[in-house]
Structures are given as C-alpha cells and as structure tokens.
Design a protein around this ligand. Structure first.
Ligand SMILES: [Zn+2]
Length: 186
C-alpha cells in the first residue's frame, strides 16, 4: 500500500505546494547573513523513484542567493520533496526504509527492491543511515521534543511514519505529514 503511494502524483503535488510555501517564507525573511534581498537561483535535479510525467518544475531544487554586493551568499530553503543531496525523493527514502524495517520474514530484500524500484544496496545504505546516524541528526532532534514518548527512537523512520499515519485521515496524508515535519525540521 505504501509503495503504491510513491506512484501517486497527488503526493508530489502536495509536497511541491508545501515546498513552495517554505521557499516563499525563507525568501521573505531575507538573507540570514546580512538581511539583503534574496533572489531565486534554483537548479534542476533529476530525482528518482516517483511516477513518470511529473511536472518539470517539481524537479527544481529551490535555492536563493543574496542580492547584496559583498555577500551574495546562497541559502537553501527547507524541503519536503528532497532529502539533502540524495538522488531519490525524500518520500521514497522514507517509504523504502520503512518497508525494509517492517518487512515480513518471507519477503526478501530483492523482492522489496523490485517492488519499489530501488537497488538493494541503496536501500541497505538508507537502512544503515537511519539505524546509526538519523537518531542524532539535527533534523530529527528538532522534532523529537514535540512527539509523544511512544514514538520510539529505536526504529526510525518507520515508527515516526506510522505515528504520522495514525494522526492523519489516510496513509497519503500521513506520508505528507511525515515528509513535511522532517523537511521543515519541526
Ligand atoms: Zn546577504
């Protein structure tokens, strides 16, 4: 069920809409270094793992550049669609890792890999990242304090994703909530 969501264009519409708002808010706040005006300086990425035929603008990684001479520094808005420099969409990373963590014994990693179209080595890398690094990342620590203790730190991201789905009307809204909270850092 979760894997099917990754092929749902509406998921990406919603995340794109949130990212647009995050970028607008960042832009209107001005340059964090000097307070100068921020101009758009987006660049194209080729994220993997989503449905074919998404609008090209969804693949734009938003970026802002200070317009003041002597500063010109770049600032990058928070994003629900993208997760750092990873080449897959954030939702794909989350769902693939969650499915890996909740995988039935009868399901091999190879089967999971074919189901979501991500190489098994990549899934294993994400799995290790969440097991070893993510629990202490600033991204997670910023939201940890707002969550009930029932969301365990031990099995992330699946515990957090399941919490978001429980709080939402349906799995799609839950996945959006999960990407949103992680993307904007709480
Ligand atoms: Zn500046």
């Amino acid at each position: 069920m979760l894997s099917k969501l990754l092929q749902t264009a509406n998921l990406f519409h919603l995340l794109f809409f949130i990212d647009s708002e995050l970028a607008a808010a960042k832009r209107s706040a001005g340059c964090p270094h000097c307070g100068g005006p921020l101009h758009q300086s987006n660049y194209m990425r080729q994220p993997r793992g989503g449905p074919v035929g998404l609008p090209a603008e969804y693949c734009l990684r938003r970026s802002l550049c200070c317009g003041r001479d002597g500063c010109r520094r770049r600032s990058t808005p928070e994003s629900c669609l993208f997760m750092g420099r990873r080449v897959y969409w954030r939702c794909v990373v989350l769902v693939a890792t969650a499915l890996m963590q909740r995988r039935a014994e009868s399901q091999s990693i190879g089967q999971l890999s074919r189901l979501i179209g991500v190489p098994r080595k990549t899934i294993m890398r994400w799995f290790d990242y969440f097991a070893e690094v993510f629990g202490n990342s600033s991204e997670w620590l910023r939201i940890r304090g707002f969550l009930p203790a029932t969301v365990s730190n031990d099995c992330l991201p699946v515990n957090f994703l399941e919490y978001c789905i429980m709080q939402s009307q349906d799995a799609l809204s839950g996945l959006v909530m999960c990407c949103h909270l992680l993307g904007r850092g709480g």
